[in-house]
Design a protein around this ligand. Structure first.
Ligand SMILES: Nc1ncnc2c1ncn2[C@@H]1O[C@H](COP(=O)(O)OP(=O)(O)OP(=O)(O)O)[C@@H](O)[C@H]1O
Ligand code: NI
Length: 348
């Protein structure tokens, strides 16, 4: 992937809140590139900063959070956009027309007293789009998420099941033809079957609409089915990123390996994150050295005193650990040595 394929470039991104007990840094010094038409999965335990990072991409961090650093968006046509410098009016357009979002708790983001049709219509109206052409598009989008347009458009949100509502929201988020879809735990409230069907539907939508998808969840097994690349967050920062295969079979950060080892079966989604020993980091505390050292079995004095930089492991794989070369041996994964794919990938 060359830099010309980038759709987002994030540099030195920080998000902080001024709390009574001190400054709370909930995203720390994130550098990240996102490539056009990829599906990037962001995974990490609850509270690690995934939602804050995702909302930073749209300059939509909740008040009174402060976002600093650079978020540059490269549209297919036109000049690069400095997202954190957009005005309110520019942001409103940017958020629907370039980068759309389906956020956590999306089940409630339909207005309960408005029919689904009105949501589509008002969005088109707000953005000065042609209504008849837009409503035709709405119908075809609803069809492409396997919903009956007539029935759904005239329904009130409560008349739809959770899965139907979620699919209708995805259709709505695509009504203004955005290039990027940011999804924060979009399937969390759905049953297994519905989660899987939404995932396969995203694949189809992505191909059809040339979408870039950023998918956030703590369901690692789900991500391995949908993502091209994975980025792992720990304690408000990125600690490893690579292709799905690099993360699954050759992960080089002790936290990622602990996460994988705690995931009993990649075909069964579990709330695997809580299985890792030690307490969760607090965004107000300033831990010296590596943020993972208090929980890391490999940590030594060097890790306690120094913050590990992201090390390049392959052209697509990076990890922030001084001992990334030894991690595979120190933290074996269940099934290591049995799976031929894993065997070949283990560090010598
Ligand atoms: N409004 C707020 N004010 C101050 N701190 C906040 C606020 N909202 C969230 N935080 C803190 O920011 C940190 C990161 O939160 P974030 O919601 O990004 O985590 P997450 O990884 O998305 O977790 P989850 O998987 O539970 O959604 C957490 O420690 C959280 O306590
Ligand atoms: Ni979240």
């Amino acid at each position: 992937m060359s830099t010309s394929d980038r759709i987002f470039e994030v540099r030195n991104l920080d998000v902080s809140f001024e709390l009574n007990r001190g400054a709370s840094r909930v995203v720390r010094d994130v550098d990240m590139d996102i490539y056009r038409e990829e599906t990037l999965g962001i995974v990490g335990e609850s509270g690690s900063g995934k939602s804050m990072l995702a909302s930073s991409l749209l300059n939509a961090v909740v008040e009174p959070g402060i976002c600093s650093g650079e978020v540059t968006y490269y549209p297919r046509n036109g000049e690069p956009v400095s997202v954190l410098e957009l005005s309110e009016a520019e942001l409103k357009r940017f958020r629907w027309e370039q980068v759309a979002m389906v956020f956590q708790g999306a089940m409630s983001s339909f207005n309960p007293v408005m029919r689904v049709r009105t949501h589509f219509r008002e969005t088109l109206q707000d953005h000065n789009r042609d209504i008849p052409a837009g409503m035709d598009r709405a119908r075809s989008l609803l069809e492409s998420v396997y919903l009956d347009p007539d029935r759904v458009l005239s329904a009130y949100p409560h008349e739809l099941s959770g899965g139907m509502k979620q699919r209708a929201l995805i259709a709505l988020s695509l009504i203004l033809e955005p290039e990027v879809l940011v999804m924060d735990e979009p399937t969390a409230a759905l049953d297994l079957l519905m989660q899987r069907s939404i995932v396969s539907l995203l694949d189809e939508l992505q191909a059809e609409h040339d979408l870039t998808i950023i998918f956030i969840t703590h369901d690692l097994p789900l991500l391995t089915k949908i993502a091209d690349r994975l980025t792992v967050m720990y304690a408000f920062g990125l600690i490893e990123s690579g292709t799905v295969d690099e993360i699954l079979y050759n992960s080089s950060h002790p936290y990622t390996r602990a996460l994988l080892a705690a995931t009993p079966d990649l075909d069964v989604p579990v709330d695997e994150m809580h299985a890792i020993e030690g307490s969760k980091p607090d965004p107000v505390d300033r831990i010296s050295g590596c943020s993972y050292h208090p929980r890391c079995p490999m940590a030594d004095m060097h890790c306690e005193n120094n913050d590990p930089p992201m090390e390049q492991i392959s052209s697509t794989h990076r990890a922030a650990c001084f001992y990334h070369e030894e991690a595979a041996e120190a933290i074996p994964l269940r099934g290591d040595g049995n799976n031929p794919k894993q065997k070949g990938a283990v560090h010598e």
